[in-house]
Design a protein around this ligand. Structure first.
Ligand code: SF4
Length: 310
């Protein structure tokens, strides 16, 4: 079987062109497009990135080829989806990630369509994946999302059998406005305010002050600065990292014991455990038997790999 690295290193321009054409045909088939592949292909051929790729493929190295191919893949996807401007309820978007919530979605919580146990808080400063850009980025503001199924990006409301979304008639704003055939939805949503847990917690809730204090003490932007300095060997920062991790663990255990809160409650109230967030940011923290703290980058000796596994 041809490895993807071989494709970037060894393929000819004709092979690259044939593979792009084949990928388009598969895409059109997968989304049950009514369009003829020939017609869509001629539109792809007139795109600047396609012409640039064909012109330069033989002279480019693997890195440039990989970058251009990623861009061309997005063009293929856009061209394919543009031929089928309606929702098939195929579930592809529901498998790629769950929706974040916007102001309009407050009514879903009031009606009980979505409960707080269905939600997870992504805190300012977390590293998350964007379906729009197909890349990871650091969240500039907090947001609250519908949970995803364990070890996947599939929304918890997605059912593999018909009818797909379990709350389709009452689905969140993001699911209504993001149409896979139309990038306009991303632009519309960018103008709107995302909900944070502070919009959802009752001001009289006794857990609110605990969540506020936790957010202040576990500020992720500051934590990242400490982690970077600890990796660089700046004195004192590794203790701050460990103290903050211990504090996070302690608050979660306390809330579990005193208020009977499970992991699902805590993922909304405090966000994901700080240890997981730190790994997501690309760091590893280990406390050795003698108490020595080792902060490193994931993938370094004793650290973790890109997907979070040991
Ligand atoms: S809420 Fe429904 S439509 Fe939205 S991602 Fe989940 S399963 Fe899909």
């Amino acid at each position: 079987m041809t490895k993807i690295t071989d494709f970037y290193e060894q393929s000819s321009v004709e092979q690259a062109k044939a593979l792009a054409r084949h990928a388009l045909e598969i895409l059109l088939r997968d989304i049950s497009s009514p369009a003829a592949a020939e017609e869509v292909w001629s539109r792809v051929e007139s795109e600047a990135i396609f012409r640039e790729l064909i012109r330069n493929w033989e002279n480019w190295g693997a890195l440039e080829r990989r970058k251009a191919w990623a861009e061309l893949s997005r063009v293929l996807e856009k061209a394919a989806y543009a031929t089928r401007p309606y929702c098939l309820r195929c579930g592809t978007c529901c498998r790629k990630g769950s929706p974040s919530l916007y102001r309009e979605d407050l009514s879903l919580l009031r009606r009980g369509t979505v409960s707080r146990l269905d939600l997870i808080t992504l805190r300012k400063g977390e590293r998350v994946f964007s379906n729009e850009t197909d890349a990871f980025f650091i969240l500039p503001e907090e947001q609250v999302k519908v949970r995803e199924k364990p070890d996947s990006r599939e929304c918890i409301h997605f059912q593999a059998q018909d009818p797909g979304c379990g709350i389709y008639e009452d689905r969140p704003r993001e699911c209504r406005i993001l149409e896979c055939w139309n990038p306009e939805g991303f632009r519309v949503l960018k103008q709107e305010k995302l909900l944070s847990r502070w919009d959802l917690l009752d001001p009289a809730d006794p857990l609110l002050p605990i969540a506020k204090t936790h957010e202040e003490r576990c500020d992720l932007l500051r934590m990242q600065e400490w982690l970077i300095r600890a990796v660089e060997g700046a004195g004192g920062e590794d203790e701050k990292v460990v103290e903050t991790l211990q504090y996070d663990r302690h608050v979660r255990a306390f809330l579990g014991e005193q208020f009977n809160l499970e992991r699902r409650h805590l993922d909304f109230l405090l966000g994901r455990p700080l240890e997981e967030v730190v790994v997501g940011l690309g760091f590893s923290v280990q406390v050795e038997p003698g108490g020595r703290v080792v902060v490193g980058r994931k993938g370094e000796a004793g650290g973790q790999t890109e997907d979070g596994s040991e």
